[in-house]
Design a binder for this molecule. Structure first.
Ligand SMILES: Nc1ncnc2c1ncn2[C@@H]1O[C@H](COP(=O)(O)OP(=O)(O)O)[C@@H](O)[C@H]1O
Ligand SMILES: [Mg+2]
Length: 241
């Protein structure tokens, strides 16, 4: 896949995600994580190969409510004057009744801790609220797969913890692109590493993220919680098995 007038960005990438699985997507800046999300979501065309969601090929531009992309920049996603209008925008395209749209919106807002902010202009939400508003806007579609692009970027510790708790409770499949490897470890039993648009690893999170050589080769560090420590102080044990 590639951007218009740009060399191909993604190559030799094959993987599948089971229903309800939470998978981390790790790779340095420019690795192709966002491009991959745009390809899966049908925003960018694949020049070769195919993306299947629930067994059906994704056709660029075609509305596929089974997949929901949560943008890295909340401002790229939220565009209606008020929160409730933003949350209801997607479901209106599903042809649901007003009552069903409102019921879904109320559920999504409650799950994301945004009840009471319905009439707030989106630009008056805090960073953490904006991030949760983006997730609510995805959840309201009741997707099978949610693609989250750097969801913890620029969140403070409390908001980050709140985000983790929220995502932990989500039953749908999640593909989470993040440099926050501790978040990935908490949420994702499986991790995929990509670099220069290619697949570098796909396996159990602790194995993949704990592989110092692999991490270093792709501009990452083994997360602190996987670094062996001595018991007395806070000394990192070198060359521990
Ligand atoms: N809108 C765009 N137009 C052209 N090239 C782009 C665009 N967005 C990203 N790219 C290129 O695609 C490659 C992968 O970038 P990206 O998918 O944003 O990586 P990541 O999300 O892993 O940081 C980079 O070489 C980048 O320059
Ligand atoms: Mg990106």
């Amino acid at each position: 896949m590639g951007w218009p007038s740009h060399a191909p960005v993604l190559r030799d990438l094959t993987f599948s995600i089971a229903p309800g699985a939470h998978v981390g997507l790790v790779g340095p800046n420019g690795a192709g994580k966002t491009s991959l999300f745009h390809t899966i979501a049908g925003v960018l065309p694949a020049q070769a190969g195919a993306v299947l969601v629930q067994g059906r090929a994704v056709v660029p531009g075609q509305f596929r409510p089974e997949t929901a992309l949560v943008f890295q920049q909340a401002e790229d996603q939220l565009f209606c004057p008020t929160l409730i209008e933003d949350i209801c925008f997607g479901p209106r395209n599903l042809g649901l009744s007003d009552a069903e749209i409102r019921a879904r919106a109320d559920d999504a807002l409650a799950l994301c801790g945004l009840t009471g902010l319905e009439d707030r202009p989106v630009h008056h939400l805090s960073g953490g609220e904006k991030r949760r508003a983006c997730i609510a806007g995805a959840l309201v579609m009741r997707p099978e797969l949610m693609l989250l692009d750097e969801p913890s970027a620029a969140l403070d510790m409390r908001q980050r913890r709140r985000l983790i708790a929220l995502l932990q409770g989500i039953g749908q499949a999640l593909l989470i692109a993040s440099h926050d490897l501790e978040l990935v470890l908490e949420l994702c039993p499986r991790v995929i590493v990509i670099d220069q648009g290619r697949m570098c690893a796909d396996g159990p999170a602790r194995e993949v993220l704990g592989d110092a050589q692999l991490m270093a080769a792709h501009g990452q560090e083994v997360p602190h919680s996987l670094t062996p420590h001595d018991s007395a102080g806070h000394v990192h044990v070198k060359n521990a098995p």
